[in-house]
Ligand binder design. Structure first.
Ligand code: ZN
Length: 412
């Protein structure tokens, strides 16, 4: 039998309770395809005594893992690289009484299975290691946990949080983001879609998406600035072409608090109309939304640039957790905006939507994409050109943005 201690990656965690908050959204996603070449998790056992606790995860083969300490509620999260899990009891109470109150296993990503241990008292990992299969027993990850002082636990949480910050800071920010004034109020970056050589959608009457969304974005900026609550920047203030990654980089390098991309695209189906707000989901399955996102993502090709580089698979639990938190905040922002649009603007059915828009990829900036309406629909087209409709819609969007920041302040 060989016993090999793997490096324990210190990792992070974020705000209270976001695990459960994020689940509601992620449950809607289809089952991910099995990750090739990774073992399955086939069982788990959690036992506890007042002096120590142990988590054993049975694996169909050797794999990597990572650990992180989380506060409020106090938890330990353990990710293993695995395709899926088929365990008899994925959630429950440990055998015996001790520092672990309960446990739950979930598919955190197509290549990752996460076990979360909720602590009843401060605790820390004493050791963690993977055992090869031997004598008919499967390979296993063993995590031994011992009681800790509140100070030790807090220090572990802080260490993991700091490591998370370092990872996000180390993420390459594509060149091209210009410097904006340092924000003292929340910074909202408005991104008028398309521009320059890229006209976006074009109506039969020659009206172009890039012109409509720029005019609308300038109006929205005015309203937000007039509220006195926000600093507001635009990714473009004139008919300039910007690559998708430049738009993302501008929001990231200026540490935007919200990124909002404004569009009015086309569908082949002219009957589809109404406003909608998108957040990013790489696994979204709606066919029309996929067509919309695919067209949008081709922007850079239209202008003669290559497709933006898709980030390599990042195995870090930290970055995943940060993305989840941003995804959750993006979803909150989308809901707040739709809630304010609803009384004054025609909406699509299920107006809070998900699709794989590259421009929403910042891991550290909540990002939404607003489709004001569709140039391919005659009624939407007429609205988009009307001053009173533009004012009403910009008002509603500004209110939605304000209530989103209100909700952050109320529930930090
Ligand atoms: Zn567009």
């Amino acid at each position: 039998m060989t016993l090999r201690h793997l490096a324990i990656v210190p990792l992070l965690v974020l705000m209270a309770g976001f695990f459960s908050l994020c689940l509601a959204q992620e449950e809607a996603a289809p089952a991910p395809p099995p990750a090739l070449g990774l073992p399955n998790v086939i069982d788990l056992r959690v036992s506890a005594t007042p002096e120590r606790a142990r988590l054993v995860i049975d694996l169909a083969g050797r794999t990597e893992f990572a650990l992180v300490s989380l506060a409020e509620p106090d938890r330990l999260a353990i990710d293993v690289r695995a395709a899926t899990f088929t365990v008899p009891e994925p959630a429950g109470k440990p055998a015996g009484e001790g520092v672990i109150a309960d446990y739950a296993m979930e598919q955190a990503a197509p290549d990752r299975v996460r076990t979360t241990l909720t602590l009843s008292a401060p605790a820390q990992v004493q050791q963690a290691y993977v055992l090869d299969a031997f004598e008919g027993q499967p390979a296993r990850l063993v995590v031994d946990i011992i009681p800790a002082t509140a100070e030790e636990f807090a220090a572990n949480v802080a260490r993991d949080l700091e490591a998370a910050g370092a990872i996000v800071a180390a993420e390459p920010t594509p060149a091209g983001g210009s410097e904006l004034p340092i924000a003292t109020k929340p910074l909202v970056v408005i991104d008028p879609g398309h521009g320059g050589i890229d006209s976006g959608a074009e109506a039969s009457n020659g009206i172009r998406e890039k012109d409509i969304v720029l005019a609308f974005s300038l109006r929205l900026q005015e309203l937000l600035v007039a509220s006195g609550r926000f600093d507001v920047a635009l990714t473009r203030e004139d008919d300039t072409f910007l690559k998708l990654e430049e738009r993302v980089a501008l929001a990231r390098s200026n540490k935007a608090d919200l990124f909002i991309s404004i569009h009015a695209d086309s569908f082949q189906q002219p009957e589809i109309r109404g406003a909608s707000v998108y957040t990013r989901d790489e696994n979204a399955t709606d066919v029309l939304d996929k067509v919309l996102a695919d067209n949008e993502n081709k922007t850079d090709i239209i202008a003669g640039f290559a497709m933006p580089q898709i980030a390599p698979e990042v195995v870090d639990i930290l970055l995943d957790l940060m993305r989840r938190e941003m995804r959750h905040q993006s979803f909150q922002a989308a809901q707040a905006i739709v809630h304010q649009l609803e009384p004054s603007v025609q909406l699509r059915r299920f107006p809070v939507r998900q699709a794989d828009f590259f421009v929403l990829q910042a891991p550290d900036v909540p990002s939404v994409l607003v489709e004001l309406g569709f140039l391919s629909n005659a009624d939407d087209m007429a609205n988009l050109l009307r001053g009173d409709w533009q004012d009403r819609t910009a008002d509603a969007l500004a209110r939605g943005i304000s209530t989103y920041f209100d909700s952050l302040a109320a529930d930090p």
